[in-house]
Ligand binder design. Structure first.
Ligand code: ADP
Length: 397
């Protein structure tokens, strides 16, 4: 029977006061009906009418019920009956009745107010919880969106890295032109010489078929070797997607050294190898890993070029680690890396060389990290430097 606070004020008023009239009338009728059996039961019934009116109609209706009850008591229950008058001796008794009714209405309206404010606080709390929940949901959605965005950025970055790696490979190939020419020219010269020899053996008055055959076979071997060199160079510059396979690191290092040999000898640099025979295999992209070693060796040769006061040497070492990884190092006796350069060494586009791109080391690091390894450098700043990288062995992957 709660009066909705949203209803119009006039309707609410009529409802509250009407309710008070109904309760007081019921109390009056019940009191009159029970008057002869129980004396004066109006104390009880009018109090109930006041309580109900205050509770359901608020304090205005409560006060109205007190007034109506007072009038009813004067008219029906205090002599002289059926007139609005009373004997002076009944006044204290009547005032006590009214006082009690007022006390009851005050008590109930205070209780009602307390309950109303509790309900309001509860409603406000619910609204606030709903707002907070909506905020949290929005934040959650924003985070999901950010994660999606981040993923897209990472995918784009990966595409860019692959593209940059290809560009850097091409650059490295540019630096290795002399080496390529040397590598391809040798077998081609051998092919030409052996073909000539073959023709000569066959052109004799009594052709020597055994010698001619041997020369033809040597020519074929030379051609195969030239094709292999070309295939190796091609695999370095194609845009192949990285493919993981078993890589024999020592063998790959030896191939890399063959590629850099001409560049090294032109600059009077020797390349030494100290490769552990017990090196476990690695699971990785052999072309990318070869690119890392090529970069490190070429950087080492570059660092030695302008030195004159020390042995001109690059040493590549490999060894197994107790952690199940392999460690490869490329040490050079070049100019070393001063602390300023060391801080920025792996930054993309950082270079101290007039014709450098500054991509070699940053790409090398991302390749090694993509294989689950680590790449770092050490140098005392003046007498050469050592670049290290680790890779998980085939069994540790
Ligand atoms: P780039 O070779 O195109 O300059 P890198 O990323 O390979 O790009 O190298 C960045 C810079 O790091 C080089 O310019 C050079 O200053 C320094 N650096 C790299 N390797 C060596 C090294 N072995 N000795 C001394 N400095 C080096």
């Amino acid at each position: 029977m709660r009066i909705q606070s949203s209803s119009a004020p006039s309707t609410r008023l009529i409802y509250s006061y009407g309710l008070a009239i109904v309760f007081v009338s019921l109390a009056l009728l019940t009191s009159l009906a029970l008057q002869h059996s129980f004396g004066n039961p109006f104390w009880f019934f009018f109090s109930i009418a006041v309580i109900l009116s205050t509770w359901f109609g608020r304090s205005g209706a409560g006060w109205f019920a007190v007034v109506c009850s007072g009038l009813a008591v004067i008219y029906f229950f205090t002599p002289p009956l059926r007139v609005f008058a009373m004997k002076p001796s009944d006044i204290p008794y009547f005032l006590t009745f009214i006082g009690c009714e007022i006390g009851v209405t005050q008590l109930i309206s205070w209780r009602r107010q307390a309950e109303d404010s509790l309900r309001r606080a509860h409603d406000e709390l619910e609204v606030r919880v709903a707002e907070r929940t909506a905020d949290l949901r929005n934040a959650h959605n924003a985070i999901l969106q950010q994660i999606g965005e981040q993923k897209r950025i990472e995918e784009n970055l990966q595409v860019t890295r692959t593209e940059l790696a290809r560009v850097a490979r091409i650059t490295t190939i540019g630096e290795l032109t002399a080496s390529i020419a040397h590598e391809v020219n040798q077998p081609l010269a051998a092919v030409a010489a052996n073909a000539d020899a073959c023709v000569a053996w066959l052109s004799r008055e009594h052709p020597d078929l055994v010698e001619a055959r041997a020369a033809a076979e040597r020519a074929a071997q030379g051609a195969t070797r030239a094709a292999e060199v070309i295939a190796r160079i091609r695999s370095l510059i194609t845009r192949a997607t990285p493919e993981k396979s078993i890589v024999q690191m020592n063998q790959m290092i030896e191939q890399t050294v063959a590629l850099a040999a001409a560049q090294a000898s032109t600059n009077n640099v020797t390349i030494g190898l100290e490769l552990s025979p017990d090196l476990p295999h690695v699971l990785g992209d052999s072309i990318q890993l070869q690119q890392v070693v090529v970069n490190l060796v070429m950087n080492g040769i570059d660092a030695i070029i302008c030195t004159t006061d020390r042995p001109r040497k690059v040493v590549i070492r490999s060894s197994p680690q107790s952690s199940g990884q392999i460690l490869v190092s490329v040490q050079d006796s070049g100019i070393g890396i001063n602390p300023e350069v060391m801080k920025r060494l792996f930054e993309p586009f950082f270079t101290t060389r007039s014709n450098g791109m500054g991509m070699g080391l940053s790409i090398s690091r991302s390749i090694i990290e993509a294989h689950g390894g680590r790449l770092w450098a050490e140098s005392d700043g003046s007498s050469g430097s050592v670049f290290y990288f680790t890779l998980p062995s085939e069994f540790a992957v």
